[in-house]
Design a protein around this ligand. Structure first.
Ligand code: ARG
Length: 464
């Protein structure tokens, strides 16, 4: 009798080469989908019973057997074996060992091709919900930080040069907005994840009288795939998930970059609590912002994962190809990176202290209220382009005389434009400049307070 070490070994005259076995196995990583695999199998088996494709007795055995396996997996007692290739075959083999022939009936009307697609969708659906909760938590902490800093002024930068004064709260709320788009993207992608592929079998469907709607309902899928070829080969949902992960991590990388910059002594705008920083093995004085640095760095891998998946699917002929087994590791890596980063970030933002004095100092530097002066002239009837030129000349004068705009005497200001009056000084302060930008989306304390209240209401609502 020849060695029977594979489900299909009757087809072959010799066992699979050991190296090939190891090379083609995926159980080392797809075992993470085990509980979803069982969830899918239970729904499939129940449908087979309902449709009288298997007997009620067999279903009962399958149900009990799978639940026992599920317990073993959760307790970490399940023995995974590379010789059984993947999560599906490992579980099926164990089931047959436990319940005998009934276990061999579970795979009726199904293929691993629609099975893996189902597992991955169930997994990503849960992960999406978890990510949405974690983004919400981070947003809440960002909003609390903003709330404490409505009157903390800082220089807003463009080209990394001092541009116009803003509040630190307004700056933080920009990240709230980015994360809100990220959250909505994940939520939107959930619809496309949440479609049942099971029933497509290998590629062409199955000859059994299956009830796909029943399975979809059991597994809480909101739709059913309409083309069996597409269903087993579609990985769009995973690519989209990876893009959403990349986009979100890109936002975190921008915040990280800013925190790193602000914490450097050249800025000294913020401090991050010691417990979130690390030291140097050689320079005793160092306190390094390793967490934001690492998050900035981790964008590289999530972007790599996205590109892996896109490249994996490019030019792939229909329907299922073994190539698709390569989708798991990038997806899992993006999942772990996003979840880990969100968790640590939510806590990190609670440990930021703001150096208001230093920020204000730089908000007052660099002629940050020059635009306010130009706007002042416009309001006195000067055309904007002309006022822009007048203020440019004034700044030139100030630079040469080492003065700030508000330090220039009224008589000297008047030399540049006769419309300038004493009230000009109200417009040249940082507070005045920030308060004056009081429209939807502006940096004034009034508007930022409104934006924060809106965010707080939004954060209490469920997405829909
Ligand atoms: N381990 C495989 C995967 O991840 C499961 C599907 C295998 N199907 C097959 N016909 N070999 O895609």
């Amino acid at each position: 009798m020849k060695e029977q070490n594979k489900k299909w070994s009757g087809r072959f005259d010799e066992p699979v080469d050991k190296l090939v076995q190891i090379f083609t196995a995926s159980v080392d990583f797809d075992q993470r989908l085990a509980l979803y695999d069982i969830q899918g199998s239970l729904a499939h088996a129940e449908m087979l019973k309902k449709q009288k494709i298997i007997s009620a007795t067999d279903f009962k055995k399958i149900d009990q057997g799978l639940k026992k396996i599920s317990e073993q997996i959760m307790l970490g007692k399940f023995k995974w074996s590379v010789s059984d290739e993947d999560v599906h075959l490992n579980i099926e083999k164990k089931l047959t060992q436990l319940i005998g022939d009934a276990g061999k009936k579970l795979h009726t009307g199904r293929s691993r091709n629609d099975q893996i697609a189902t597992d991955l969708r169930l997994f990503l659906r849960d992960i999406t919900d978890e990510i949405i909760l974690k983004i919400t938590k981070l947003q809440k902490n960002i909003v609390s930080l903003a709330k404490k800093n409505i009157n903390s002024y800082m220089p807003g930068l463009t080209h990394l040069q001092i541009a116009q004064p803003i509040s630190f709260a307004h700056h933080m709320m920009a990240y709230y907005e980015m994360l809100d788009r990220d959250k909505n993207r994940f939520f939107d992608g959930r619809k496309r994840i949440n479609q049942l592929p099971l029933g497509s079998a290998a590629l062409a469907g199955t000859t059994y009288p299956i009830d796909r709607k029943f399975v979809a309902k059991k597994l809480k899928f909101e739709g059913i795939s309409m083309n069996s070829l597409d269903a087993v080969s579609d990985r769009d949902f995973a690519i989209e998930f990876c893009f959403n992960a990349s986009m979100m991590m890109t936002h975190l990388s921008r915040l990280s970059e800013e925190l790193i910059m602000w914490m450097s002594p050249f800025f000294n705008f913020i401090d991050i609590a010691d417990k979130f920083c690390t030291g140097s093995s050689i320079m005793p004085q160092k306190k390094n912002p390793d967490v934001p640095e690492l998050i900035r760095g981790k964008v590289a891998r999530v972007n790599g994962n996205l590109l892996s998946l896109l490249t994996l699917m490019k030019s792939q002929p229909l329907a299922y190809n073994k190539d698709n087994q390569e989708d798991k590791e990038p997806v899992l890596d993006s999942v772990d990176t996003v979840i880990g980063s969100l968790e640590i970030y939510a806590d990190l933002v609670r440990h930021i202290t703001v150096n208001k004095k230093q920020m204000l100092h730089y908000a007052e530097e660099g002629f940050s209220t020059a635009t306010d002066l130009a706007d002042y002239l416009v309001k006195k009837g000067v055309p904007f382009r002309t006022s822009h030129e007048i203020v440019a000349n004034l700044v030139n004068h100030a630079v040469k005389n080492d003065l700030s705009l508000h330090e220039i005497e009224l008589a000297d200001l008047k030399k540049f434009s006769s419309v300038i009056q004493k009230d000009v000084y109200d417009f040249l302060t940082v507070e005045g400049s920030v308060a004056a930008r009081s429209h939807i989306g502006g940096t004034s304390p009034k508007q930022v307070t409104k934006a924060i209240s809106l965010a707080e209401i939004q954060l209490k609502k469920k997405l829909r």
